[in-house]
Ligand binder design. Structure first.
Ligand SMILES: Cc1cc2nc3c(=O)[nH]c(=O)nc-3n(C[C@H](O)[C@H](O)[C@H](O)COP(=O)(O)OP(=O)(O)OC[C@H]3O[C@@H](n4cnc5c(N)ncnc54)[C@H](O)[C@@H]3O)c2cc1C
Ligand code: HEM
Length: 410
């Protein structure tokens, strides 16, 4: 909780900070990387830096946290903190690094806001920063200790034993563990961070959802090659798809991620677009392996059947589940050779599609797709807390914060 003294100062200065927070975030990262270029090697994602999405996510999260401290101090934005903590833990972030981030962030705040940052203002925002930092450090400590690791030991070597072309753009990798340390199995829906050595000698981490239930020795993930049209091609996805082969060793984190299957016995509805099917494939695989009898629905949208990654595995799992059904929407027309329950032409339209009562919903796909689906679900009376979503990048949507500033939500 903010002290009374800081509360009034934060209240008075929040509009100025919020108005300038994107500039502050940009200035902060430049200053941080000038002083600590090593953070760009194996920790920060330079694609997100180039696109500006990480700057926006950081700015949005601080503004949202400060707003919550003022407006709903008894209820901090748990989902926001949890998403960040899982991402941090998947990168092995250490508690001592919070001081470094603090120093550069506060340099940037003073640099951007100038004389407005009196000692009183700096002290009040310092309190906001450390409340957020301690909340994250605590969660991250819990995540590390639940896995019996330290930040330095989240990484493991895995050997590629299969490389399977899924579609023109998507490749599936099956990897096998090659060290003796204990590896806990993943929860359904989680991802790993793959840390790749790039041709220029810099390591670059990227997250990939696990697409099959673990047996403790093998893991599977599927990568969509990011093709640049007017921008550069995606560097890690291209390297993985083009250059990594059977026998190569990958450095991967233990599994993390807070969008996981709710195990309280509710029906589950998975709604995905394109490569967003990967966490759904992982969850379906866990359900099939556990012999679940729950009502399960998979609704998937894609360009056409040839573009639908992991379709054979998914159909197998759906057919193995006694109460599961699956519908697909293909933009290029409604032809299907798969044993699905419904094929629709065009983009996904939930229209009068019958949805099970009291279900949990899991969304993954392009942001506009998820925004449209979430709106449709809310329009059908689904409670927001029943809808979880995974974003394949820094979360610029923050739909879980219905009352907070939603940066980049258009
Ligand atoms: C939780 C989570 C789960 C994920 N799961 C999956 C999954 O299962 N499968 C999957 O395929 N992906 C998944 N992703 C996405 C994945 O982590 C990567 O973001 C994706 O593979 C692209 O990485 P890249 O290195 O190829 O692209 P990057 O090189 O990071 O490029 C990303 C974008 O930035 C642009 N860009 C890069 N450099 C510049 C520049 N200098 N100027 C302008 N623009 C630039 C590129 O053109 C591209 O559009 C997931 C992400 C998250 C966060
Ligand atoms: C209170 C302090 C901090 C806040 C508010 C914060 C906030 C965030 C947010 C919002 C994200 C994006 C999460 C997502 O949507 O996926 C993120 C990711 C990240 N954070 Fe932090 N963070 C903090 C401290 C730190 C520290 C101390 C480090 C270590 C140097 C760090 C390194 C990273 C990295 C490497 C990523 C992933 C970046 C990317 O993929 O582009 N953060 N953080």
């Amino acid at each position: 909780m903010l002290s009374d003294r800081s509360r009034s100062v934060v209240q008075a200065t929040l509009p100025a900070v919020a108005d300038n927070i994107e500039t502050i975030a940009q200035r902060f990262y430049r200053h941080l990387f000038d002083a600590h270029p090593e953070l760009l090697d194996g920790l920060f994602n330079r694609g997100n830096q180039a696109e500006g999405s990480q700057q926006t996510a950081l700015a949005g999260s601080v503004a949202a946290f400060a707003t919550a401290l003022l407006e709903t101090p008894e209820q901090l934005p748990e989902q926001l903190l949890s998403r960040i903590a899982h991402k941090h833990a998947s990168l092995g972030i250490r508690p001592d690094q919070y001081q470094t981030v603090h120093d550069h962030l506060f340099w940037a705040i003073a640099d951007v806001l100038g004389a407005a940052v009196t000692p009183e203002v700096a002290a009040a925002w310092d309190e906001v920063y450390w409340l957020m930092a301690f909340a994250l450090v605590n969660q991250e400590r819990g995540l590390y200790s639940a896995r019996g690791v330290r930040p330095e030991t989240v990484w493991r070597p895995w050997r590629v034993i299969e490389k399977i072309p899924e579609t023109q753009d998507v490749t599936t990798f099956v990897v096998e563990r090659i060290d003796d340390r204990l590896v806990k199995s993943s929860l359904p829906g989680q991802y790993v961070t793959v840390n790749m050595l790039m041709p220029d000698g810099v390591r670059q981490p990227r997250q990939y959802s696990l697409t099959r239930a673990d047996d403790g020795r093998h893991r599977q993930f599927s990568v969509k090659r990011v093709r640049g049209t007017d921008k550069p091609d995606g560097e890690v996805s291209t390297l993985l798809c083009d250059s990594v082969g059977v026998g190569d060793v990958l450095t991967m984190s233990l599994p993390f991620g807070d969008v996981v299957l709710d195990d309280s016995g509710h029906p589950a509805v998975f709604i995905s677009g394109g490569i967003g099917v990967t966490p759904m494939a992982g969850m379906l695989s866990h359900l099939a392996q556990a012999g679940s009898r729950l009502p399960i629905t998979l609704l998937h949208a894609d360009l056409d059947e040839q573009s639908f990654p992991l379709r054979q595995q998914i159909v197998r799992d759906i057919r193995a589940l006694p109460n599961a059904r699956m519908h697909v929407w293909y933009e290029r027309g409604g032809d299907s050779r798969l044993a699905v329950d419904g094929v629709h032409s065009g983009t996904m339209d939930l229209g009068d599609f019958t949805l099970p009562p009291d279900a949990g919903y899991y969304l993954c796909g392009p942001l506009p797709f998820m925004q449209a689906v979430r709106s449709a679900l809310l329009g059908r009376g689904v409670a927001p807390r029943r809808i979880q979503y995974e974003v394949f990048g820094p979360d610029l949507w923050q739909a879980d914060l219905d009352t907070s500033p939603s940066l980049g939500s258009t």
